[in-house]
Ligand binder design. Sequence first.
Ligand code: IPD
Length: 277
Amino acid sequence: DDSLAQVLEALAADVARSAGRLVVDERPDAVEVASTKSSATDVVTVMDQRSQDHLLARLRESRPDDAVLGEESGGATGTSGITWVIDPIDGTVNYLYGIPAYAVSVAAVVGDPTTHGAWRPFAGAVYNPVTDELYRARAGAGSRVVRPGGEERSLTPTGCSDVGQALVATGFGYAAERRERQAHLLLDLLPQVRDIRRIGSAALDLCAVGAGLVDAYYETGLNPWDLAAGWLVAAEAGAVVGGLDGPGQDLTSACAPGLAPAFPDLVEEGTRRHLRG
Ligand code: IPD
């Protein structure tokens, strides 16, 4: 119900903001890489771990019966049916280099976020601690951005309906084999659009579609924590959000309403050709 969603949206916003302040205020001059994951360039910094610990502690304190699924190792299992899907720093490579495009992403979801297509986000927040912009949304209630000073605005995607005029964001995974396939898809798309942006944070890419900063975004191979909150922000802003198999963790694209169905068709056809063999 909406009163629960309101409470969870407020909590998501609060914890995303406090973890974000931590990662930016305590960012060391030389950020230390703690470990690597899927490849040598897929890094976890000491601050990813600290941010995740902070989020886990705050969520457990407020909602002890909820489960938590975090990027940097699991979390609690719960009994409430609600799972928090958290990315302590989305855009870790930007964070490592000091490029000001990274975010803390926090979403409350129903269903099992580890099972493809079996879950949906219903409240969430994405916080960029460098620009101090907080994107927040809950199902059925639209999405907003809160700017420094507290000014709050609702989000609206662009009205772009022409693929040839579209500014399109995308991202790449870390594994070389996936990247090679993603490069082929990019090769198809780049000559057909206005231009491409690789911002470096899937959560911020999705918020950018909602806010009308780009016309569209696509990526394959994302994990639930990369997309849960941003997906809700984009969808609640009125963007068309989808995956190859409908809603679920395999998000393929988000775009201005006018670009649907041309853009999803274009991306999904290319995705099938290049990424699914
Ligand atoms: C990554 C970022 C990036 C996207 C990758 C993600 P991380 O998340 O969102 O933009 O292209 O697919 O893995 O590793 O920075 O949390």
